[in-house]
Write a protein that binds this ligand. Structure first.
Ligand code: ZN
Ligand code: ZN
Length: 416
């Protein structure tokens, strides 16, 4: 093998190992459910090997294919988009009930569904969301570990690096991915992650100690937004723990501290700082007007219809469910690249999500019923969509319950 190829193989192997060992943290006797684009089968095999090395009971693979997805949206029977096969819902539910680990590998073309009838996407999302409710409830109770990681692929890489030829773009994107997930190919990634998670938890602890009542966001884009946090919210960062005590890292990379807003406590104007890639479309220059937590006006200079559909899949889709802080100087933002993938772009920027809140961001939340979570001020929805708002000049001032004002972000970065 050539030197370059050998290093590439080592990096891929180390990345696969990291996703399996730190991402979902597969345990002896645990099943791994592996979602992977079919053209990345060789990488899925590396993950399967890593899982079996760790004593996994079985690796269940679920392939996806951008071409087939697009062909279906363009050519399948109209009725298909209002159906979700019960066997498919049952399969994921039963695996979740067995506390299998779910690893989602993604390499999507960000514009795979460009030009598809938005009504088909809306109906398919609604139907899938409804059918998978039992599965999602187990996830909300933190019954099983899950993680998402991205893989470089030609269409995605060309979107990120339009000036490079395809092969060079794929390599360049791989290098960015490796840098973001701290993989050098020398076997140090697992240790580097432990260090990184500890750093994230330092900010998390400070935020939890302040126990802010609200955060006031302002910047030169025109954002002027007051966000009340759910009473008894908790900030999370650097990974999660399942109900049975298994630590895992839901997102790789992750650079965020995040918590739950109070559903009805958001007022003002908010402007997105980066485009949002959603449902195979790119939505640019999002602007929301918020009143008592609800999006009462929504605009975008492109992809507005996709946006309007996304915030109307159900009642909760027009309320926020996540408040996340990411320094402007985060390594992903510093790369100066727009990734057109929410996992990467959200970890480059302070963001909010419209749609469901995470029960784990409320004290005792994973033990609560839906009604109790709602009474505690948490939003619920079949959807959860992050959009980025952080800028170099973003200021965030926190107000504590006794009325003290504390700078949280100054010039786009943590003030502490
Ligand atoms: Zn987030
Ligand atoms: Zn989110």
């Amino acid at each position: 093998m050539e030197k370059g190829l050998e290093t590439m193989h080592q990096k891929l192997q180390e990345y696969a190992r990291l996703l399996v060992e730190v991402g979902v943290n597969v345990q002896k006797g645990q099943t791994l459910v592996l979602f992977c684009p079919v053209e990345h089968a060789p990488f899925a095999r590396l993950c399967a090997d890593a899982a079996y090395d760790l004593g996994a009971r079985e690796v269940v693979n679920v392939w996806s294919d951008d071409y087939m997805t697009r062909a279906k949206y363009l050519r399948a029977d109209e009725q298909v988009f209002s159906e979700f096969p019960q066997w498919r819902a049952d399969m994921f539910y039963s695996l979740a009930k067995q506390q299998a680990a779910f690893l989602h590998l993604r390499a999507n073309d960000p514009e795979n569904l460009l030009g598809v009838d938005p009504d088909r996407i809306l109906r398919a999302n609604k139907t899938a969301g409804e059918a998978q409710k039992p599965y999602r409830e187990l996830s909300a109770k933190n019954m099983f570990p899950w993680s998402i990681g991205c893989l470089s692929s030609p269409k995605w890489a060309k979107k990120v690096f339009p000036d490079l030829d395809e092969a060079a773009a794929v390599d360049a994107l791989w290098e960015k991915i490796f840098a973001a997930v701290r993989v050098k190919g020398d076997g140090t990634a697992v240790e580097a992650w432990k260090q990184h998670a500890a750093n994230l938890r330092r900010h998390m602890k400070i935020l939890n100690d302040y126990n802010f009542k609200s955060l006031h966001y302002t910047n030169s884009l025109g954002t002027d937004l007051v966000v009340e946090l759910a009473e008894n919210h908790i900030w999370e960062a650097g990974g999660d723990v399942t109900a049975s005590g298994q630590p895992y890292m839901p997102n790789m990379p992750t650079e965020e501290c995040f918590t739950a807003p109070k559903k009805t406590g958001i007022n003002g104007e908010v402007y997105a700082a980066m485009p949002l890639c959603r449902d195979g479309n790119v939505i640019e220059n999002i602007h929301f007007t918020m009143k008592d937590g609800k999006i009462i006006e929504a605009h975008a200079t492109s992809g507005e219809e996709v946006l309007l559909n996304a915030i109307s899949v159900d009642e909760g889709a027009s309320y926020f469910g996540e408040v996340a802080l990411v320094p402007f100087d985060s390594p992903i933002r510093k790369s100066g690249i727009l990734y057109y993938d929410t996992l990467y772009d959200e970890n480059a920027s302070c963001h909010f999500a419209f749609g469901r809140a995470y029960a784990s961001t409320l004290k005792g939340g994973t033990q609560m019923s839906k009604a109790e979570l709602a009474a505690a001020g948490l939003n619920d929805s079949i959807t959860h969509v992050d959009f980025m708002v952080g800028t170099r000049d973003l200021s965030i001032v926190g107000t504590t319950f006794d009325g003290t004002e504390i700078p949280v972000f100054v010039n786009g970065n943590f003030a502490f």
